[in-house]
Design a binder for this molecule. Structure first.
Ligand SMILES: Nc1ncnc2c1ncn2[C@@H]1O[C@H](COP(=O)(O)OP(=O)(O)O)[C@@H](O)[C@H]1O
Ligand SMILES: O=C(O)C1=C[C@@H](OP(=O)(O)O)[C@@H](O)[C@H](O)C1
Ligand SMILES: [Mg+2]
Length: 171
């Protein structure tokens, strides 16, 4: 299977954007962050899109932008949004069009990373008490794991490094 098209999936805070940039540089692949592409396409930030049009609109936009990118680019490492594989039959696109990696991080670790300012840029997690945030992360992880675990590779750990993910890809 081609490793010229890699998709990183996982929960918000799992490191898709942060590790994705480094991984893309190591692999000499153009880096794409799907959330950034959605913002460019729409001319609004993710929080603005949710606020003004709601989640359903966002999911349709996400599905459209994903398909456009895949149709037009041969090589990339793409960091997806946390929900991307779980809606609009996007998982089928991901499975067909490249190699997918699930960055599996525990809900407790996600909470540690997101409980400060991290939630404010993420409309689905914003404005919650600490208890609510942890519960929401646990619930979402439970539901989404059935999608994420269909990835071609699983990089599991609360302290994942670029080299660990690279090793997984090369094994
Ligand atoms: N492997 C990691 N170890 C420790 N902290 C991390 C790691 N990956 C990401 N983070 C931190 O978690 C937060 C969210 O990371 P981000 O890359 O935006 O996640 P995602 O794109 O998956 O939502 C950031 O503050 C980032 O510094
Ligand atoms: O989990 C989700 O449904 C979402 C995650 C976000 O991306 P990150 O996973 O990069 O935070 C972004 O796509 C949007 O706020 C919805
Ligand atoms: Mg991200």
């Amino acid at each position: 299977m081609t490793t010229d098209r890699i998709f990183l999936m996982g929960m918000p805070g799992s490191g898709k954007t942060t590790l994705g940039k480094g991984l893309a540089a190591y692999l000499d692949l153009p880096f794409i962050d799907l959330d950034v592409e959605i913002e460019l396409d729409e001319g609004r930030t993710i929080p603005e899109i949710f606020e003004q049009y709601g989640e359903e609109y966002f999911r349709k936009l996400e599905a459209k932008v994903l398909r456009n990118l895949v149709a037009n680019k041969d090589r990339f490492l793409m960091s997806l949004g946390g929900g991307t594989p779980c809606y609009m039959e996007n998982l089928e696109v991901l499975k067909k069009e490249g190699k997918s990696i699930y960055m599996e991080v525990s809900a407790q670790e996600l909470f540690k990373r997101l409980h400060g300012s991290g939630a404010s840029k993420r409309p689905l997690l914003n404005g919650k008490s600490q208890d609510q945030l942890l519960k929401e992360l646990e619930d979402k992880l439970n539901v989404r794991n059935s999608f994420y675990r269909q990835a071609d590779l699983v990089a599991k750990g609360d302290n994942l490094s670029i080299s660990e993910v690279l090793k997984l890809l090369n094994d």
